[in-house]
Ligand binder design. Structure first.
Ligand SMILES: *[C@@H]1O[C@H](CO)[C@@H](O)[C@H](O)[C@H]1NC(C)=O
Length: 455
């Protein structure tokens, strides 16, 4: 959602080594140490790295430095259609720290909200964990747990520091779509359960056809195509509220959509993905003193988030039946809050029963179970999912679905999600009032249940 204006000196111009990959800035992935643990709790560290999503990158002519996309619009001459655009335009390397506010040190990754760069102002970011220079790290979390430390103390109302899995292709679509020459190295191939239309390249083609610049985001717009896939939101949070949410789709792998399949607007429940998901937000589930500043999980200081993916038979091949959550802070294990909502069992994890009863209690459409539910989420893990970390603000509904009351005029069960004002979270406000907001993710670990944390 960012584009640099072409002010680079001509002396930086060099041979374009491959079509559709720019070489004006060297791509140097920030290294991030992660740990894989084994039964008994011994963990092996590896120095992996992260890559920035292609949407944020400078997109310019393959043979030069003219912008193919500026602000929230495509260059009509360079991009008369998606195929031509893909062959004429190149994604360039990223200057992670100075342009995008992304820094990594050891096992810690920091994403800063607003970065005033040399050429433009960057808002938010989205990065993927790489296994090597050209492949995403693939995860199957069934019968496993995933653990990380997070510092949300600098994330106010309206911001979301998210850590999640999506069913992207391991190579970013390089082999499936030969017109994509950039691949995972340049962060291509994003998809999620909202079937986003703001992705600039989908299936190796520019999404320029039908592109409409956003009326409230100077960096974004929407094209005819959306990019759908199953999504496991392990963590969507700020200092006020948090949620974890599986979203299952009926499609396998990254799948482009047009029309009804995208589930836009009035057709929300007719698309291929479950956009609502089955969320566990402690505040929404009735415990309003569990998560926040000075509360049981105290968001004033860092803590550890543990997520366990339980299968029916305690093996990696069984159906996913439960997603558990616990926290560790100041040397104490903190069990997740227990649901306290009429009609919902007093449980502290996501199960099929929890989802069904929560949907009924809140009067929500159950598109989760209709799209495959937890078993479907597990099937997506069997095929392999990519780890995403991001910081973002919400140009659609100001993040009120996470941290405030939504719908804003509702007092029905399930409407209250956090203590933020219903006037909070407007991107123009958060961008001007909290540009230095940030999230830190660190000490990422995964392995068998019980192997990744101790009190
Ligand atoms: C799975 O493991 C739990 C203990 O962690 C046990 O209570 C349960 O009975 C096991 N289930 C099966 C099907 O083996």
């Amino acid at each position: 959602m960012f584009s640099k204006t072409a002010l680079l000196s001509l002396t930086f111009l060099s041979v374009a080594y491959a079509q559709q990959v720019g070489t004006l800035t060297a791509e140097s992935h920030p290294a991030l140490t992660v740990s894989e643990c084994s039964e008994g709790g011994s963990c092996t560290e590896s120095a992996l790295s992260v890559t920035l999503d292609s949407n944020w990158r400078w997109l310019h002519t393959t043979e030069g430095s003219d912008n193919c996309y500026t602000g929230n619009e495509w260059d009509a001459t360079l991009c008369p259609d998606g195929e031509t655009c893909a062959s004429s335009c190149a994604l360039d390397g990223a200057d992670y720290s100075s342009t995008y506010g992304i820094t990594a040190s050891g096992a810690e990754l920091t994403l800063t909200f607003v970065t005033e760069g040399e050429y433009s102002t960057n808002i938010g970011s989205r990065v993927y964990l790489l296994a090597d220079e050209s492949s995403y790290q693939m995860f199957n979390m069934k019968n496993q747990e995933f653990t990380f430390d997070v510092d949300v103390s600098n994330l106010p109302c309206g911001l979301n520091g998210a850590l999640y899995f999506v069913e992207m292709e391991e190579d970013g679509g390089l082999s499936s779509y030969p017109t994509n020459k950039a691949g995972a190295k340049y962060g291509t191939g994003y998809c999620d359960a909202q079937c986003p239309h703001d992705i600039k390249f989908i299936d190796g083609k520019a999404n320029s056809e039908g592109w409409e610049p956003s009326d409230n985001d100077v960096n974004a717009g929407t094209g005819t195509m959306g990019s759908c896939c199953s999504e496991m939101d392990v963590w969507e949070a700020n200092s006020v509220s948090s949620a974890y949410t599986p979203h299952t789709c009926t499609v396998t792998g990254q799948t482009s959509c047009t029309g009804t399949d995208c589930g836009d607007g009035d057709e929300r429940y007719d698309g291929v993905c479950d956009k609502d998901g089955c969320d566990f937000n402690s505040y929404r589930m009735g415990d309003t003193s569990f998560y926040g500043s000075g509360l049981t999980v105290d968001t004033d200081s860092p803590f550890t988030v543990v997520t366990q993916f339980i299968t029916a038979d305690n093996t990696t091949s069984g159906d996913l039946v439960e997603i558990r959550r616990l926290y560790v802070q100041n040397g104490k294990v903190i069990e997740n809050s227990v649901a306290a909502v009429d009609g919902v069992p007093e449980v502290n994890s996501i199960t099929e029963d929890f989802c069904t009863s929560q949907k009924t209690a809140f009067g929500d459409t159950d598109s989760f179970n209709e799209r495959g539910g937890l078993a479907g989420m597990g099937d997506a893990f069997d095929r392999g999912m990519v780890l995403v970390m991001s910081i973002w603000d919400d140009h659609a509904v100001n993040m009120l679905w996470l941290d405030s009351t939504y719908p804003t005029d509702s007092s029905s069960p399930g409407a209250a999600r956090g203590t933020c004002s219903t006037d909070s979270g407007k991107p123009e406000d958060v961008e001007s009032e909290s540009p230095d907001a940030s999230v830190k993710y660190s000490n990422i670990k995964w392995g068998p249940i019980g192997s990744t944390y101790s009190a």
